[in-house]
Design a protein around this ligand. Structure first.
Ligand SMILES: [Zn+2]
Ligand SMILES: [Zn+2]
Length: 263
């Protein structure tokens, strides 16, 4: 149970860390007595809570990978944009088609890779938060599924990122992040991408090629913006998480000896 009462301990043993204090519970992991100051999360003593948080591997490497692949993805979208604007109109016939499908294929591979790296990072971050006692209310796998399940993936990934930010830095931190902008541009970009697909397939009749070009252009602009906003979010969230974890390596804060006087 989370907050066991004094009834847990039969004959009022004392805390091994603070011999002058009565133990309020025994740790479920190591079995040692813990006073109110030594009590950690989820029935464990603080030391065990600290150790189990450190057992979860670091997410820095995954954050770096996610950042790099987002940069590459944004850069590729930018190149695609320049290609459509400058090179595509110059080419004719087969070279034009080959170049265009090459650009599309490259963009696809790069964006899938960036997405996989982002989700691997999200998975690790959610796992770390749970170990730090800042549970997101969902398993890491479930958080990842929010990006993959159709319909739900139009709004749930935003909630996951917002919840991560809130656990790490509270409401002011959430407000300072470009979360809404990131997700807003993401949604607009996806709508444009679908419209572009339909226009190119000729499913939306009576539309001239200029409209298709404008939609394609705006869609690429959105992809570039989303990638760079995503990098910013990953960096900010990972920095906060690093600070949290570094706190675990620091020696425990001295316990106030005389609580009665303070009260
Ligand atoms: Zn323990
Ligand atoms: Zn104690």
């Amino acid at each position: 149970m989370l907050n066991a009462a004094e009834g847990d301990v039969a004959s009022q043993p004392m805390c091994p860390q603070h011999p002058e204090r009565e133990a309020v519970r025994t740790c479920e992991r190591c079995g040692r007595y813990a006073c109110a100051a030594c009590e950690g999360d989820e029935g464990r003593c603080r030391e065990c809570a600290r150790l189990s948080a450190l057992e979860v591997p670091d997410s820095r490497a995954r954050a770096r990978r996610a950042t790099v692949t987002q940069y590459v993805s944004g850069g590729t979208s930018l190149l695609g944009l320049l290609f459509n604007l400058l090179l595509y109109p110059e080419l004719k016939g087969e070279p034009q088609e080959v170049a265009a499908s090459g650009v599309v294929l490259l963009g696809f591979i790069v964006s899938i890779t960036a997405q996989v790296c982002l989700l691997m990072w999200v998975h690790r971050v959610v796992r770390q938060l749970a170990a730090l006692g800042a549970d997101l209310g969902m398993t890491p796998a479930r958080a990842v599924w929010m990006w993959l399940i159709p319909v739900i993936n139009w709004w749930k990934p935003y909630h996951v990122m917002r919840d991560i930010a809130e656990r790490l830095g509270g409401v002011p931190f959430v407000a300072a992040l470009p979360l809404q902008l990131w997700w807003g541009v993401n949604v607009v970009g996806r709508i444009l991408e679908r419209a572009e697909g339909k226009l190119l397939d000729g499913k939306l009749g009576g539309v001239d090629s200029t409209t298709t070009e404008v939609v394609s252009l705006l869609s690429s602009v959105c992809s570039v913006a989303v990638a760079f906003l995503c990098v910013q979010l990953i960096k900010e969230l990972q920095t906060r998480l690093n600070q949290r974890r570094e706190g675990l390596f620091e020696p425990e804060a001295p316990v106030v000896q005389d609580e009665a006087a303070a009260a």
